[in-house]
Design a protein around this ligand. Structure first.
Ligand code: SF4
Length: 182
């Protein structure tokens, strides 16, 4: 079992070697590190705490933290998608953390949903959502962040909202009734 301290030290060391900093907000940082710790325990690798993992290493390779998208995001915006890694000006509070676009290609996101097994079911429960054109009926839950309105499809809400950094508890499930799927 990997300890939270080890996850923290690894992130700190990686940040230092790239000239980055970790999120200066203690609570957000703790949530993100806990998300990484749980994902590593669950999948065997620390997949991004803000994204849905497929549970297949070959599909999740690009979102194993630090993900393939961190450096271009830090360069362009000052922080990664989850805002775990930040630039100096962000660390010092000179630049705010605002929503940034998801750089991960949409096709890869879709593949994660399909491969994860989460959200795949034959029979929707009261609270599940049917969201696919595929004949194999992928049934996904949809969550929205009550703080900023961010919406995502996954079995469980993310540990931290990638947009406003609200905690998991701020996510609520949305039910959509769709009749036009074959
Ligand atoms: S977005 Fe940030 S926290 Fe998520 S995997 Fe990339 S570097 Fe790690």
């Amino acid at each position: 079992m990997i300890t939270l301290e080890k996850v923290r030290r690894r992130a700190e060391s990686d940040a230092k070697s790239h000239g980055y900093f970790l999120n200066p907000d203690a609570e957000s940082l703790k949530n993100l590190l806990e998300g990484l710790q749980k994902n590593e325990e669950r999948y065997g690798y620390p997949s991004c705490p803000c994204r849905l993992a497929s549970r297949k290493f070959e599909f999740d390779r690009d979102i194993i933290c630090p993900c393939d998208y961190r450096d271009p995001d830090v360069q362009e915006y000052g922080y990664c998608y989850c805002a775990l890694y930040v630039r100096k000006d962000v660390f010092e509070g000179k630049t705010s953390v605002l929503p940034i676009p998801e750089r991960r290609p949409f096709q890869k996101q879709i593949r994660s949903y399909a491969a994860s097994g989460e959200g795949v079911a034959e029979k929707p429960s009261e609270a599940t959502t049917v969201v696919t054109e595929k004949p194999s009926k992928i049934i996904l839950k949809m969550w929205y962040c009550k703080q900023c309105g961010y919406v995502c499809f996954r079995e469980e809400p993310p540990y931290v909202c990638p947009i406003c950094k609200a905690k998991r508890e701020m996510f609520a499930e949305i039910t959509i009734h769709s009749d036009n799927h074959k």
